[in-house]
Design a protein around this ligand. Structure first.
Ligand SMILES: [Zn+2]
Ligand SMILES: [Zn+2]
Length: 450
């Protein structure tokens, strides 16, 4: 499986992270089904290749100017932050992470092959793929009628190209280019699409099973990958394409070019658990896209906390015993069948909710089986449910601060203030406090309206 990876001249927004969660669920589902997966993800650390147009500013150059650092320093910093975000979301590490800058020779080899076969030509300003030599170019993934795209609204007509739809494999360096390499066609840098063909075929072979990306990769990126890969090898490139629909923020696609995008740090800064975002993504699935709202996040956070509470108390009740049901339990089968049905994660969560209802009963045998099933499902869900079972529930720093102010007010006999802070704990954090003769107790009951 090849995942079209990030461009690392900036932070990844939550829309990008949503698509990597979807790819992670796919890998975990395949492994849950007993298959072995080799997962490869590229890191696009060459700024020139993020856009097909020769016009406009190189995004890496923008990053360089903003940060006052070199391109590779910027790339490694944003790669590190991206991998940190992934870990917080329990997205498994790919087996291979390949950087574009480490694979320039492979790209040059592939371009040479395409020139030899007559699918590419050398022009004054670089090397282009001749789209007329690949029948069906731009139509393989059926995104929308090709005549609306191939002439290229965003691609300026370039007089060096034989046809407007031809795309760059190699570009001659411009004096200001920060990243440039030697090639048989002079110094320059690779086009946007060639990196993914060169790296995916290097690590997975000329034909491989699954290629994932966001729906914005459908065209031109993936159509170009298919054309140049299949033209070079004469073999089918990818057996199954998986495109994750957009995360929509207030009904607008969240793209960096539109400015003002949200990162995982923003979401965590609002007080949410990163895994609540993962749960929100699972609740949407990959095919419909995700409408991101604060209400949705509140509901996901409340759901995650409810799951954790239920699992924690069931685990306490069984004294840490879990037992595998005899034969395949109907709930486990339902869970697996819904995932096998086009990764229907919303319905898989509904199956998990059934196991949670069993965990919430007072029948110890039932609870032991429910816990086993939940931990088993967590191999796909990735919500750290085992950790939830054994975690001691503690107040966060923000919660503790309010809790302690209330304690102080109560001890000082300021009951109006203490009542107001009690209300704040309930409304802001979903924490109910009770005053007992042994002191103040607290319990998570979930936020009102969440
Ligand atoms: Zn791709
Ligand atoms: Zn790609």
């Amino acid at each position: 499986m090849y995942n079209c990876g990030p461009t690392v001249y900036d932070r990844q927004h939550i829309g990008n992270l949503y698509s990597y969660i979807a790819a992670d669920v796919l890998r975990r589902t395949l492994e849950y089904s007993g298959l072995r997966v080799k997962q490869v993800m590229n890191i696009t650390d060459v700024g020139h290749i993020v856009d097909d147009a020769d016009e406009g500013e190189d995004k890496m150059a923008v990053g360089v100017r903003r940060a006052g650092k070199g391109p590779l320093e910027i790339a490694s910093e944003f790669t590190r932050l991206f991998m940190e975000d992934r870990r917080k979301l329990n997205v498994l590490e790919p087996h291979v992470m390949s950087k574009a800058t480490d694979h320039i020779p492979e790209m040059i080899e592939l371009i040479k092959r395409l020139i030899e076969k007559g699918n590419a030509y050398v022009a004054a300003d670089g090397v282009y793929f001749d789209t007329t030599t690949f029948p069906g170019y731009g139509t393989r993934l059926n995104a929308e009628p090709p005549d609306q795209r191939v002439a290229g609204a965003r691609v300026e007509v370039n007089p060096n190209k034989r046809h407007p739809s031809d795309f760059a494999l190699w570009r001659g360096a411009k004096p200001a280019d920060l990243q440039q390499w030697d090639s048989p066609w002079g110094r320059g840098n690779p086009g946007w699409h060639i990196e993914c063909s060169a790296m995916s075929m290097k690590y997975l072979g000329e034909s491989f099973d699954i290629h994932t990306g966001g729906e914005d990769h459908l065209f031109p990126h993936h159509e170009c990958e298919i054309a140049q890969s299949e033209a070079a090898t004469g073999k089918p490139f990818v057996r199954c394409w998986v495109h994750v629909r957009f995360l929509r923020l207030d009904s607008e696609r969240m793209a960096k070019s539109k400015g003002g995008f949200l990162t995982l740090d923003d979401v965590v800064g609002w007080g949410y658990d990163p895994l609540a975002f993962r749960l929100l993504a699972l609740g949407a699935g990959y095919r419909t896209g995700l409408d991101f709202t604060r209400e949705g996040m509140n509901a996901a956070q409340a759901r995650l906390e409810r799951w954790r509470r239920t699992i924690r108390s069931a685990y306490a009740a069984t004294k840490g015993r879990v037992s595998e049901p005899e034969g395949e339990h109907a709930i486990t089968r339902e869970f697996h069948d819904t995932l096998a049905d086009d990764l229907n994660t919303p319905r898989a969560l509904a199956a998990a909710e059934k196991a949670l209802s069993l965990a919430a009963t007072t029948d110890i045998d039932e609870q032991e089986r429910a816990l086993w099933m939940l931990f088993d499902m967590d191999r796909v869900l990735g919500l750290s449910l085992r950790d939830a079972a054994v975690a001691k529930d503690e107040l966060t720093a923000d919660e503790r601060e309010v809790f302690e102010r209330r304690e102080a007010a109560r001890t000082a006999g300021d009951y109006a203030k203490s009542d107001a802070l009690r209300k704040e704990l309930l409304e802001r954090f979903g924490i109910q406090v009770k005053d007992t003769k042994d002191g103040t107790r607290w319990e998570r009951v979930g936020r009102k309206g969440a």
